[in-house]
Design a binder for this molecule. Structure first.
Ligand code: AMP
Length: 280
């Protein structure tokens, strides 16, 4: 059974009854255009909690690019169907912008060192906007457990930091990246790729996995350059960054440490900006 809520007061009053009964609440925040990556988070939450809440909200304050916000796919009816197919009780929270931002939110957060690199450096304001919305949603839902994908590994790290800083009693549960059969990390943005670019997009993961073993015996900076070159040589690809960082603090890695490093990439494929990462 799907129960759809648009208002904060309505969902929070139902959830407070559940909380009073000492039942657990699992929360999966999303921007909709749901795919099997999102569904894997929902399935995990369903297994681990008495009730699961999925929020669907395209958060304007985390978009540093107006076009990206405008073109972001919005497919609520289809999202509801996908969740219905799971044949479980799921609460959907799908507020409009006015409901989440009744007045302009100018709060600037101290995001910590984690936000200085990669997505933080290349998308000014992105993590501040993300912090605004996730913090608001956490206050409305007050979940026991919240589920985030490693697809957005840096986001996951900042959310863990935020939860500590705001002294929230919420378990942050990381979930593995779900990929298409051809290796492309699932993303709501994939549906905006042209046919030709969609055919080439799996090369991102292919190039990452092919080059990963080289870090063992070569300087990190050289392998990064090699990956950048290979990616930039593909038609319509333009690399924003390739980075190797320590998994626990996201600081740039200088020497190889098996299992402790992660390789990140952001590539513009035609008009569509894609990100991916793997453990090395
Ligand atoms: P989004 O709707 O893109 O904001 O994503 C909502 C949540 O789903 C975030 O925690 C993402 O990291 C996660 N997610 C998105 N794509 C994937 C994927 N391919 N595999 C695992 N998690 C994902």
């Amino acid at each position: 059974m799907i129960v759809l809520f648009n208002r904060k007061v309505e969902i929070s009053s139902i959830l407070s009854i559940i909380r009073n009964k000492k039942q657990s609440i699992g929360f999966v925040p999303t921007m909709g255009a749901l795919h099997q990556g999102h569904i894997s988070l929902v399935k995990k939450s369903l297994l681990e909690n008495n009730i699961t809440v999925v929020s669907i909200f395209v958060n304007p304050t985390q978009f540093n690019d107006k076009n990206d916000l405008q073109n972001y796919p919005r497919t609520l009816e289809n999202d509801i169907k996908l969740l219905q197919n799971l044949k479980k009780t799921i609460y959907i929270f799908a507020p409009d912008v006015q409901e989440m931002y009744p007045k302009e939110d100018n709060r600037i957060f101290e995001l910590g060192e984690l936000a200085n690199t990669m997505e933080g450096a290349h998308r000014p304001g992105h993590f501040n906007g993300m912090w605004q919305i996730v913090s608001k949603l956490f206050t409305v839902i007050q979940p026991t457990n919240a589920y985030f994908g490693e697809k957005d590994f840096q986001q996951l790290a900042i959310i863990k930091y935020m939860t500590q800083k705001e002294k929230r009693k919420i378990q942050i549960i990381p979930c593995e990246i779900v990929r298409e059969d051809d290796g492309l990390a699932m993303s709501s943005r994939n549906q905006r790729l042209t046919k030709e670019n969609r055919l080439n997009a799996p090369k991102i993961y292919e190039i990452l996995t092919k080059n990963a073993p080289l870090f063992k015996e070569n300087p990190i900076s050289e392998v990064i350059e090699q990956i950048k070159n290979e990616l930039n040589n593909i038609k319509n690809f333009s690399v924003e960054y390739v980075s190797v960082v320590q998994q626990d603090n996201l600081e740039a890695a200088t020497t190889y440490a098996p299992g402790k490093l992660r390789l990140f990439v952001a590539v513009n494929v035609g008009e569509v900006r894609l990100i991916d990462n793997i453990n090395i």
